[in-house]
Design a protein around this ligand. Structure first.
Ligand code: IPD
Length: 302
């Protein structure tokens, strides 16, 4: 059993015991009431951290709860594990089965390994740079082989999230973007995408895995963090997808930096130009939204 699966077993036990009335899962207070954390988030992160340090004492560690506990994020060329113990904490609290352990690994600042495990659906996603992406170790991603053509945003299923910044400015901008993703195209609204629909799982890591599977075409989110995406980005790229920065500068077609807090992932297709075409159509709809972060010592770039 992989470390992600062992950590997942702790999460599944916590959900099962709460559902059967035998367990408690105290929601801990955070400054932001929509950015939830539980004792299980902390316990699972400690479990993973201890296991990693026992095996790789020289490696560096960035984790959601370690950061929340006041640790400074430092990003270096050293081997670094980037961990979200429970991505989808809100789902975990509600028993909504899109919950994942997310373990990413960077070497020389390059995202190199990604493992995402959903213990409630028993789905393990894994990828290593240059080695492909897999579901439950054997099923190569994407699930569609060959990938379906990517023609136009109007044919796409788009994943996005409310996120935890519920300020009026941010929510108005996100709702306006979703409105344009869904709205009927008319001569008066040529910018409207009239896409197939939108989906929201409540887990950035699982949204990326759904892009890697090819069951959603596009995922756009502003406001999540490196631990939400470090593993999923490797899985998307190894499935043949791309992850760009989720802003509206159409000229920027570089792979997103894991620290950028704005992500636009497009699933595998037969050619990169069709992926970039969809990215460009999305960027016609993406509003300018600020997602600030303190500078990271060591810098973001490889
Ligand atoms: C959150 C989830 C959610 C996303 C938030 C993340 P967490 O992670 O990935 O889908 O919208 O931006 O913070 O807090 O459950 O680990």
């Amino acid at each position: 059993m992989s470390q992600a699966q062992e950590a997942g077993a702790i999460i599944k036990d916590a959900v099962d015991s709460r559902m059967s009335g035998t367990g408690s899962n105290i929601e801990l207070k955070k400054e932001n009431p929509t950015d939830l954390v539980t004792e299980t988030d902390k316990a699972v992160e400690e479990f993973i951290k201890e296991r990693l340090f026992n095996t790789y004492p020289d490696h560096k560690f960035i984790g959601e709860e370690t950061f929340a506990g006041g640790a400074k994020t430092e990003f270096t060329h050293h081997p670094t594990w980037i961990v979200d113990p429970i991505d989808g904490t809100t789902n975990f609290i509600h028993g909504y089965p899109f919950v994942a352990v997310s373990i990413g690994f960077t070497l020389n600042k390059i995202p190199t390994i990604g493992v995402v495990f959903n213990p409630l659906l028993n789905e393990l996603y894994s990828a290593a740079k240059g080695k492909g992406a897999y579901l439950n170790k054997t099923r190569k991603l994407p699930l569609f082989n060959p990938p379906q053509p990517l023609i136009d945003l109007s044919h796409c299923l788009i994943a996005t999230e409310a996120g935890s910044d519920r300020s009026k400015l941010v929510i108005d901008a996100k709702v306006a973007a979703i409105h344009d993703m869904l709205r009927k195209k008319t001569p008066e609204t040529p910018f409207a995408a009239e896409s197939h629909s939108i989906r929201t799982t409540g887990s950035a890591a699982l949204n990326l895995c759904n892009v890697a599977k090819g069951i959603v075409d596009v995922y756009w989110e502003v406001g999540c963090w490196e631990w939400d995406v470090a593993a999923g980005m490797v899985i998307v790229e190894e499935s043949g997808g791309i992850v760009l920065e989720g802003h509206n500068d159409k000229q920027d077609i570089e792979t997103a930096n894991i620290f950028c807090r704005k992500y636009l992932a497009i699933r595998a297709a037969l050619d990169r130009s069709s992926q970039l075409h969809i990215a460009s159509q999305m960027r016609d709809l993406i509003p300018t939204i600020d997602a600030p972060r303190a500078p990271v010592p060591g810098g973001y770039n490889a």
